[in-house]
Design a protein around this ligand. Structure first.
Ligand SMILES: Cc1cc2nc3c(=O)[nH]c(=O)nc-3n(C[C@H](O)[C@H](O)[C@H](O)COP(=O)(O)OP(=O)(O)OC[C@H]3O[C@@H](n4cnc5c(N)ncnc54)[C@H](O)[C@@H]3O)c2cc1C
Length: 542
């Protein structure tokens, strides 16, 4: 019997498989596709996902090499039509600025202080092969591409997945102790379990055109940007750079529900958004919807939901896949703890308790972002191309709306407030601001990043294979360490002298979980060490 069966090998399933294998847990991953997704959906990889990849033998460096290379800043352009008037240019640090960290860039972009990474532009068509190569390096992970799960049954002590070879129709069964559905937004597993989704549900419909156009940059003359919003009333949408030179995507915001998709000629749509004709080869067309949906339940017995199977967002803000990667990281260490005998069953229940509120938070932030864009689109004057006052009015609105692209707080600032496996210390929760990061060790927070004198990050202090007890000079917690070890928790103890790290710790003692979140903090060895140890490992062993 395999410990874990993963259904779906998109970015979330692959990350879960890698994280489990790295934690020493074998898994079988079943994916019906043979190759990467044909039409890249996600293009923004957030800083938190890159921080997780950093902890996986510096996978972040391979991902950055596969990403769109960018000497210039990360730009989001707002125009009426792309070859027409530029209305505003939002900037954040581009990939090279993030890599080099020149003092001028550090002074200019405060997000460079919050994480080793910023916004990384990489389409799923480029990210998935890097993740797949990493997955293939894991001896404990068995990959079954070209196989579709057609049914499953929960049995005593496990799950039986029934799978079918897509090419031949041959059938097999896989027995596992746990199953994780990473099978995307239409999740058959979620439906089969009768799990409903809450939220606003299906919202606006859109159509995306993926195309090759080597002359695209020359056609508009505005240089390389990551996103180009077009706000002319008959051409609402956004161009996205896929490789930065010849492949592009256009998301056409299809605001009128009465329109018929078949009537939309890609050439008409693309040329209208550009404001003139340009040569392109259409590679793919995808119809999709904005959603704000979060599953009511994330666990049913031995089955868990993760990624889009558990939550669907509006892509504005680039949070959907990144939230799913966070799900995978959270669930992996908990499954590993239970498989290795030291995690209590409460640890597995804490997956939903921790991740569902994060998904709600992120889905609401994303929907609010999209609503602001909708509001601006609704105010665009019909004479925008010819009237300077109309463009000025729109520019003011864009300035107000574009602040949402300062999204470091969205990606880095979520915390596991009220988690059953985090020990609160009675201090007030720091502000949760999507636009900025408030570095904190408030219990449940991500342990903050800072550069240490030896060139490493405070994030590198975290032992991803177990818990880490950080102790500033003069502090120690032998009682807590002994209680954790007595309950089977793998614990690394680190004495911290670097003033940057000591400052970020905010307390002399900080206990970190394998995912880098704060489980407990204090000034001295706690008297109730045994109870703390029991709480953070999820109660009694399962
Ligand atoms: C236009 C658009 C832009 C987006 N931009 C961003 C962005 O910039 N940043 C971001 O973070 N997110 C973004 N997202 C969201 C992101 O694409 C998804 O959140 C992400 O793909 C979810 O990954 P997943 O692995 O959960 O699901 P999926 O990527 O959907 O993968 C599910 C996998 O399961 C497989 N599968 C399904 N059923 C079975 C079965 N029965 N048996 C075997 N295999 C099965 C499928 O073949 C698929 O490979 C965007 C989404 C859209 C639509």
């Amino acid at each position: 019997m395999a410990p874990v069966l993963i259904v779906g090998g998109g970015p979330v399933g692959l990350c879960l498989g890698i994280a489990l294998a790295r934690a020493g847990v074998a898994a079988v991953l079943v994916e019906e596709r043979e190759g990467p997704a044909p039409h890249p959906k996600a293009t923004l990889l957030g800083a938190r996902s890159m921080e997780h990849f950093r902890a996986w033998d510096r996978l972040d460096l391979k991902v950055a090499d596969a990403a769109m290379q960018q000497e210039e800043d990360y730009f989001i352009l707002f125009c009426d039509r792309l070859a027409g008037h530029e209305l505003h240019r939002f900037r954040s640090p581009g990939l090279e600025a993030v890599r080099r960290r020149a003092p001028a860039a550090v002074a200019r972009f405060r997000e460079l202080a919050w994480s080793p990474w910023g916004k990384t532009q990489i389409g799923q068509q480029a990210l998935e092969p890097v993740l797949l190569a990493e997955a293939r390096r894991q001896p404990l992970l068995e990959l079954r591409h070209g196989w579709r799960q057609v049914d499953f049954a929960q049995v005593s002590g496990g799950v039986i997945g029934h799978i079918e070879h897509v090419a031949t129709g041959r059938r097999e069964s896989i027995a596992a102790r746990w199953m994780v559905a990473c099978d995307g937004g239409a999740s058959a597993v979620r439906r089969r379990l009768g799990i409903r989704m809450g939220g606003r549900g299906r919202m606006r419909s859109n159509v995306s055109y993926l195309f090759r156009a080597p002359d695209f940059l020359a056609a508009h003359g505005k240089g390389l940007a990551n996103l180009y919003f077009c706000l002319a009333p008959d051409a609402f949408g956004v161009f996205t750079a896929i490789d930065g030179h010849s492949t592009w995507n256009y998301q056409h915001y299809w605001a009128d529900p009465a329109r018929d998709a078949a009537q939309d000629d890609p050439a008409v749509v693309l040329h209208r958004a550009m404001g003139k004709a340009f040569a392109f080869d259409l590679l793919a067309t995808t119809h999709w919807h904005h959603h704000q949906s979060v599953a009511h339940r994330w666990r049913d017995g031995r089955v868990f939901l993760a990624g889009d199977a558990a939550h669907l967002f509006v892509p504005t803000g680039g949070v959907g896949m990144n939230t799913g990667i966070g799900d995978a990281v959270d669930l992996a260490w908990k499954l590993a703890a239970v498989e290795q005998g030291w995690g209590g069953d409460g640890l597995l229940d804490s997956y939903e308790a921790e991740r569902k509120p994060v998904a709600w938070r992120n889905s609401v932030i994303s929907a609010n972002n999209s609503d602001r864009i909708d509001m601006v689109m609704g105010e665009v004057a019909p004479d925008i191309a010819t009237s300077e006052p109309a463009r000025d009015a729109l520019r003011q609105r864009i300035l107000w709306m574009a602040k949402q692209f300062n999204s470091a707080g969205t990606h880095l600032g979520y915390r596991y407030a009220d988690s059953p496996i985090v020990v609160p210390d009675g201090t007030p929760e720091p502000p949760d601001d999507p636009g900025q990061v408030v570095p904190s060790t408030w219990p449940g927070s991500r342990f903050p990043h800072g550069w240490l004198a030896d060139g490493s990050s405070t994030l590198d202090l975290v032992d991803r294979g177990g818990f880490t007890l950080l102790a500033a000079s003069g502090a120690s917690a032998p009682g807590l360490a002994a209680a954790l070890r007595a309950q089977g928790v793998k614990l690394a103890e680190r004495a911290v002298a670097d003033p940057v790290a000591v400052d970020l710790m905010q307390r002399p003692l900080v206990l970190l979980r394998p995912d880098g979140h704060v489980a407990w903090r204090g000034a001295a060895d706690p008297a109730e060490a045994e109870a703390i140890a029991r709480r953070i490992r999820g109660g009694e062993a399962a």
